[in-house]
Design a protein around this ligand. Sequence first.
Ligand SMILES: [Zn+2]
Length: 263
Amino acid sequence: MTVEYEVIAVRYGTLVARRSALYLHWDAYGEPDGDERLDYFFYVLRHAGDTIVLDTGFHPDAGERRGRTCLRHPRDALADLGIDRDGVSRVIVSHLHYDHIGNLDLFPRARVYVPERELSFWTSDIARHPQFSRHVEPATISQLIALERQNRVDRYDGTRELMPGIRGITVAGHSPGQQVFVVETAGEPLVLASDAVHFYEELEHDRPFAIVVNLLEMYRAYEMLRELRQELGAVVVPGHDPLVTERFEGLSGTPPGLAFRLA
Ligand SMILES: [Zn+2]
């Protein structure tokens, strides 16, 4: 049986920053600097009464400490969408940065799928260097470890069908175990790139994002995503681009600007 997901992007936070702060070595391009909006999303995937949440956003406190605006607490955003959090069967995590795994306690019944390389890296000594550690919340990593002790965590890695209709691919680059996801829908396959691609511009103009652990892997991820687009006709959705709110339709019956139908 083919599994086709309905996919909703939930925009719960936002930030305005200089392009020179968002792109790696902006001076390489010889273009003027300027302001750029960066939005924060998580995703809801639904099929036949089953609800999966992909990434869980930042906790408002962790976001505000970093100067991000929380537009809607993810808990309230889910309520706006009419989602019963107790009914969320699985949470899939793309990487362990603070803005992707906050709010795990909102999903008391979910199994949590975590990239093996992410969990290994973020619990290792080297992750304590400030250039890495500033991107995570230690309390959230501890929460994942606690969940694993309760046998609620599935580690995954490489290219793997996590569940029917959802394939995870390890691309790394931005973070040591960064994942992208190919999701089957009623239309073209959807690729949720998460932070492998923050902005469309990274793919269109080959311009890496500023936060990177391995630049070669990041470039290879761009290459692979362009291939997926060409070979599968896949629709690639960047993880933080405000253009998502223009290129996809708002979800009817929800507050304007909050939820967008990707498929
Ligand atoms: Zn990230």
